[in-house]
Design a protein around this ligand. Structure first.
Ligand SMILES: NC(=O)c1ccc[n+]([C@@H]2O[C@H](COP(=O)([O-])OP(=O)(O)OC[C@H]3O[C@@H](n4cnc5c(N)ncnc54)[C@H](O)[C@@H]3O)[C@@H](O)[C@H]2O)c1
Length: 258
């Protein structure tokens, strides 16, 4: 199902999901070397056929974002599926209390880092040959980018102006890139997760407490699992989504419908 090369920033569950789905060439990066190595070890032990490129770094650094994709192309020759997951949460503050440092910290990773990563990925995808389709009803594709935004890019919640803005920016950028790269055979979509049970949420008791009301508001009244978001990402990357372009796919237990 995934004959090409996958690239994942902010690696974790999504990288494992690509390996489980049969992708055999995967490049992963994350700022946190320890969690990156853990992800690599899990993939290597559960999917020994997978060829992995593992490179720690900061996606908000333009030189790193470019050098990571250069390293992927040097090792694997191309980039077919690119998932930009790297992200941070904002501190709970209204705009008047938010410092410039806090605004920049959040936007530098969530928006600028996502843009820098997708810029490097799109440059490569636009320059490479199409991966042929084996389905006569679907064209081949040069690449598919999935950016990870948030339900908070669509609706807001108290005390999160920098985070909400950073995720709205990702949705806007996704739509603009979808328009610009359609004629290059590249699809660009994003997922907007609701509250998902990941380290970002679970590691700090104060964060868990702060998101409880959001879980209660959502019609399904539970946290999502990383696999539920990864499945949406896999779908958007796959040829099954060959006519899905510029879409912000909400995976949130119904939160934004209320
Ligand atoms: N967990 C949720 O409830 C939730 C909800 C909506 C959106 N999201 C988004 O999903 C994405 C993945 O988050 P997650 O929940 O898996 O959290 P997570 O903390 O497990 O994953 C985020 C990863 O990004 C990495 N990262 C942070 N800054 C980086 C940088 N400058 N360069 C490279 N890597 C960096 C972190 O080390 C971490 O491994 C994020 O963009 C987040 O905003 C999460």
């Amino acid at each position: 199902m995934f004959p090409g090369v996958a690239v994942i920033t902010g690696a974790g569950g999504t990288a494992k999901a690509f390996a489980t789905a049969g992708c055999e060439r995967i490049a992963i990066t994350d700022l946190n070397e320890e969690s990156l190595q853990k992800t690599a070890e899990t993939i290597t032990s559960t999917h020994p056929k997978t060829h992995l490129l593992v490179k720690a770094g900061n996606v908000a650094d333009d030189r790193f974002a470019d050098s990571f994709i250069n390293a992927v192309v040097q090792q694997f020759g191309r980039v077919d599926y690119a998932v930009n997951c790297a992200g941070v949460l904002g501190k709970p503050m209204r705009s008047a209390e938010t410092t410039l440092e806090e605004f920049d910290r959040v936007n530098n990773v969530n928006y600028r880092g996502c843009w820098l990563s997708s810029r490097a990925e799109l440059r490569q995808m636009a320059s490479q040959s199409e991966l042929p389709s084996h389905d006569p009803n679907r064209p081949g594709q040069r690449g598919s980018v999935v950016n990870v935004a948030s339900q908070l890019g669509i609706v807001s919640r108290p005390g999160a102006p920098a985070y909400c803005a950073s995720k709205s920016a990702v949705i806007g950028m996704t739509r603009a890139d979808a328009i610009d790269y359609s004629q290059d055979g590249i699809r660009v979509n994003c997922v907007c997760p609701g509250v998902i049970e990941t380290p970002l949420i679970m590691e700090k008791p104060e964060v868990r407490a702060a998101i409880t009301p959001a879980v209660e508001i959502a019609p399904m009244k539970r946290m999502g699992q990383p696999a539920e978001v990864a499945d949406a990402i896999l779908f958007l990357c796959s040829t099954q989504a060959s006519f899905v372009q510029g879409h912000a796919m909400v995976v949130d237990g119904g939160y934004v419908t209320v």
